[in-house]
Design a protein around this ligand. Structure first.
Ligand SMILES: *[C@@H]1O[C@H](CO)[C@@H](O)[C@H](O)[C@H]1NC(C)=O
Ligand SMILES: *[C@@H]1O[C@H](CO)[C@@H](O)[C@H](O)[C@H]1NC(C)=O
Ligand SMILES: *[C@@H]1O[C@H](CO)[C@@H](O)[C@H](O)[C@H]1NC(C)=O
Ligand SMILES: *[C@@H]1O[C@H](CO)[C@@H](O)[C@H](O)[C@H]1NC(C)=O
Length: 433
């Protein structure tokens, strides 16, 4: 009897699952029938008497379909890097960090049947609220602890609706979280705006000539037209074609950093697949020295965390992306207005200035169009420099609950590209960093 009780406890509580030496916890939460979402929590290593003295930071990868537990954790800000060495600037030093494989079907999260995949940003947000309910069931000590949601790329788009749905649940008393802020890193907030800035950025940087510029812009405007006429799926396809125009005109500029080139192992053959693969990549490892992230996740992490055998980790889930294609080009700027108009949630936008895909100029276009009571105040606010150790790491501007951080020396993934610059927006939002 005892044996069965203990075995049942271990199976359901996953207590011994551990990868590496850091204090951690990982678990599935069934967020809907047939939909199983996975999260991986690392407790802060800050010198505090109890880890609940530090906030909870949720990290979300983009794509949609990119895995936070893999890419966000090992490639960007977790306690171990892709060589499985300690990362000196890991966010775990200051925060309890939760990597969520989201939407379901991503990373170690899975569905029992493709019909359970999400098709809209709002469905993704509702699943996230359910995930967090499961999180607080497992860790009631975090109820009331300040919570921040950080989403990169498509993760930033998801974070907006998550903020809305989390706050609704808090007000309805159906979750005991303490959401204080959302942050959107190089985020896919207004896709048409972003796509229309590619040509001008490349022309100004000398990466295309006038003809290349015109080809890119023609294609981008066609994506805009299709979007405006409500052909959302075709607009996504046209966006993919625009990416291929960029590659043709620049000889494969890196969409994540205009100062670098794409590695040759990318196959530009099928535009449909190619454009999807551009939204999420793991490529920062050195093949001579490191294992690929797929090998780390499937041969080391998977058995260590007791992931079911049938779940195969991929950096990017194609079926998740494809299921969201009709939603892909839709903006979430109204959701941002709603957060600013109706809640006290801090809304932070930070952007690496060298990114192309979610470019800084593309963010400024929608930021300047936001309708909220602080709109004029934001426009009139001064832009201030960010100095860290005598280095100019960027600039920031804020008014009310809205903030914008321009980060220098960073492309698509700011926490990895410029950890010092990242401290400015972390400190501003959380007081730690
Ligand atoms: C941790 O904090 C305690 C109490 O403030 C202090 O005495 C101790 O020196 C700190 N340890 C480290 C390693 O900083
Ligand atoms: C991390 O360590 C490396 C190697 O010692 C160093 O070059 C880098 O500046 C450090 N980064 C931070 C953010 O401390
Ligand atoms: C959308 O794309 C499909 C498939 O390529 C095509 O058959 C259809 O005509 C397109 N619709 C519009 C409005 O462009
Ligand atoms: C937010 O408030 C402004 C008025 O300041 C209004 O024009 C705008 O429509 C509101 N947006 C939303 C989504 O409620």
């Amino acid at each position: 009897m005892w044996f069965y009780l203990i075995a049942f406890y271990l199976l359901t509580h996953n207590v011994q699952a551990q990868f590496g030496d850091h204090k951690q916890y990982s678990s599935y939460v069934t967020v809907r029938e047939g939909a199983h979402m996975f999260y991986w929590l690392f407790y802060t290593t800050a010198n505090v008497s109890s880890y609940v003295e530090r906030p909870v930071v949720v990290w979300l990868q983009g794509g949609p379909g990119g895995s936070s537990t893999g890419i966000g954790n090992f490639d960007i800000l977790g306690p171990l890097d892709l060589s499985l060495q300690e990362r000196n600037y890991t966010w775990v030093k200051n925060f309890n960090v939760v990597f969520v494989d989201n939407p379901v079907g991503t990373g170690f999260s899975y569905v029992d049947d493709p019909q359970y995949l999400t098709t809209t940003n709002d469905e993704i947000a509702l699943d996230f609220v359910e995930l967090m309910r499961g999180f607080y069931r497992n860790h009631p000590e975090f109820e009331g602890v300040p919570l921040y949601i950080y989403g990169q790329s498509y993760g930033g788009k998801m974070a907006v609706d998550m903020g809305i749905r989390m706050r609704e649940a808090e007000e309805a008393g159906t979750i005991r979280s303490n959401l204080r802020g959302i942050a959107m890193g190089n985020a896919w907030i207004s896709p048409v705006d972003a796509t229309l800035t590619w040509g001008p950025i490349l022309l100004a940087a000398g990466l295309v000539d006038q003809r290349g510029y015109e080809n890119i812009q023609r294609s981008a405007r066609e994506a805009e037209r299709l979007f405006n006429e409500g052909h959302f799926f075709n607009s996504t396809a046209q966006w993919g074609l625009t990416q291929s125009q960029v590659f043709a005109a620049t000889e494969n500029v890196d969409f994540y950093n205009i100062l670098t080139k794409m590695p040759s192992r990318f196959n530009f053959g099928n535009i449909h697949e190619f454009s999807r693969d551009m939204m999420i990549r793991d490529m920062e490892y050195n093949p001579q020295r490191d294992m690929s992230l797929e090998t780390i996740m499937n041969t080391l992490v998977k058995p260590a965390l007791g992931i079911p055998e049938h779940v195969v980790w991929q950096a990017s889930s194609r079926i998740v992306f494809d299921t969201l294609r009709p939603d892909f080009m839709k903006p979430v700027t109204e959701g941002i207005e709603k957060l600013l108009n109706e809640t006290d949630i801090i809304v932070t936008k930070y952007n690496g200035n060298l990114d192309l895909i979610c470019s800084t100029p593309g963010q400024i276009l929608w930021m300047d169009r936001l309708n909220w009571p602080g709109a004029e105040g934001y426009k009139a606010s001064p832009r201030n420099p960010i100095w860290e150790n005598d280095r100019l790491e960027g600039y920031y501007k804020s008014y009310g609950n809205l903030r914008f951080f321009w980060i220098n020396d960073a492309g698509h993934s700011v926490p990895r590209d410029n950890p010092y610059g990242s401290r400015a927006f972390l400190r501003d939002m959380t007081t730690y960093g």
